[in-house]
Design a protein. Structure first.
Length: 74
């Protein structure tokens, strides 16, 4: 017989994971927009670094054993 608490815990963990992925996706979009619209900004390199780290984290959550299929710099 399945433990209802375990099922609820899994559901809650799955929902939290989805929220984290949504937040990271929104952050990636915001960083990409900032980079595109403010190319001459002194913060561009920092944004690129942040975007790269956010993307890596997103892919690790989505597929822990996979690789980022997005080429660097895109």
């Amino acid at each position: 017989m399945a433990d209802p608490e375990t099922g609820a815990s899994r559901l809650e963990a799955g929902a939290e994971r989805e929220r984290a992925l949504d937040r990271m996706e929104a952050r990636m979009e915001a960083l990409q927009l900032a980079i595109r619209t403010r190319r001459d900004s002194s913060r561009t390199e920092l944004w690129r670094h942040d975007l790269r780290e956010t993307r890596e984290t997103w892919f690790r959550l989505v597929d822990p054993d996979g690789q980022d299929p997005t080429p660097e710099g895109s």
